[in-house]
Design a protein. Sequence first.
Length: 652
Amino acid sequence: MDLESLTQIRTNNIEREIAERIQVEEALRESEEDYKLLIKNLPGVVYRGYRDWSVRFLDSTIKELTGYDFKEFNSRKMKWSDVIVEEDLKTVSESFRKALKTGKSYVREYRIKTKDGSTRWIQDRGQIVHNNGGERESISGVFFDITERKQVEKERSLLATAIEQAAESVIISARPGTIQYVNPAFEQLSGFTRKEIVGKNFRILKSDRHDESFYKAMWDVISSGEIWSGHITNRMKDDTLREFETKISPVRDSSGEVVNFVSVSRDVTQEVALQVQLQQAQKMQAIGTLAGGIAHDFNNILAAVIGYTEIAIADVEKGGLLHDNLQEVLKAGERAKDLVNQILTFSRQSEQDLKPIKVELIVKEVLKLIRASLPATIEIHQKLKSETNVMGDPTKIHQVLMNLCTNAAHAMRKKGGVLNVSLADVELDSNFATKHFDIKPGPYLKLSVTDTGHGMPPGLLEHIFDPFFTTKQQGEGTGMGLSMVHGIVKSHGGTISVYSEPGEGSIFNVYLPAIESRSEQKAREEKPVPTGTERILFVDDEQALVNMGKQLLESLGYKVTTRTSSIEALKLFKVQPDKFDLVITDLTMPNMTGDELAQKLMAVRPDIPVILCTGFSTKMTEEKTKKMGIRAFVLKPVIKQDIAETIRKVLP
């Protein structure tokens, strides 16, 4: 082969090698570009780290993470340890050394300081790189910015802590109603543990206070993606019912579909109970105001009925038909008087004679009275384990016990049963007091009246203390009994509670503040009607009452002068102030009231005794009249015996 041919072959080989090299270089260049593009599109920053904390980066994405240009690291002017937060550096160093020692890959999360001074969280995923000699020389890895994730985790942690510590009950459930989570407040209120309740359906808390339409309306709202809020009564593990102010919010997934429900509830059981008590008090106050308004006129009418009847009885022969009929009229009048007193008692507007009394004696007296009227089918048991005294009005306490015993007997009249009356000393704590906002903790006397009668359903219990509410047939009761009891107990600083179930009877518990002092009560002794011969000026603007008063007082032996005008009475008195030994005047009169008349009379003659009478007054009390110098304050209708005794008390 000649030289030219060899040269041509050599030239062809060189050209082929050049072409192949160009192809390889182009392939390498394309591969490198693909590699760089791949790295650039990674969600993290690719790096190569060495034992001395120097680090190399393949592109500028590190600047987005740290604020430093990758050239600052690649030139070894900066080391990676320079940007790690000081508190985290020790832990990261230990992980780095351990990876180099063991050759295992590692994942660590720590904080770095950026060029602008802010802090970012990164996740560092590293893999050991070996040199040609098989030695572990560096770590190749990726930094991922997890700052946003860490912030979300922190917020979730704070939210979880808040939910766990919240006083409100929190329940999270799946869309079908399966409970997935409850917080400690729910466990404490309901009695269910998290283990017991998770996985159960929401209806495990359902009570009989709401019908199906209530729950359907709630479900329609929340399943449509709206928020439901309102009051709901739930059943606890021990079967007690508690009322909650609840808000149920739907939770949507990324597609907008409702997947969960979050229920936040505040226990308002005590608030509702106190509100009911407040409404009851306001209702009674309103009825009391109405009662006070009619009491004056009604008592004036009764004064005439009772007064004229007593006068008529004195003029007829005892044992005759007319005498007996008048006695019935008098009894009816006295019953009407008692009814007015009951109205005024429950409204707390009547005066009370409070003094230390031994309730044990009153109980024995009432049981003695009631025993004779009960059928043989009703037994009476008493357990009086207290001799504690209370500060009270014996007549009013007598009314309370008589009414409770009568009601108990009425509940057992068809089938018979047992009437239990007990007394016991109790110490009421602050928990009890918070449920009965108008009493204070301390020693109390507990009076319990229990029957084994037909009992009462919950709906009835809500109204038993309402004025004029009664379950008795027409003519058997006025509906004022328990209202009167409620008023008396409250006015004595006590409280009353009742427990009853249909077919199980009823228990009434009366709590009255106990006192240390003790006093024995003495039974009243009947006294003869006292009389006199003194001169009396009788003043009332109603002619019928003036005529009745004159006859009544004259029947007691007194010399009586009457006037229907307070102004005329004053004129008469000024002319002859020594003509009268006593003045009896009505309070409510036109032109000049009775108390004004009394002051003007005493201005003329300071020693003149005055008795002030009224059917009802919220402004005038016995204490006020005494301060004014008035000798006695009497409520109408006045019984003959009472006015006769009052006159003798004020006259020398």
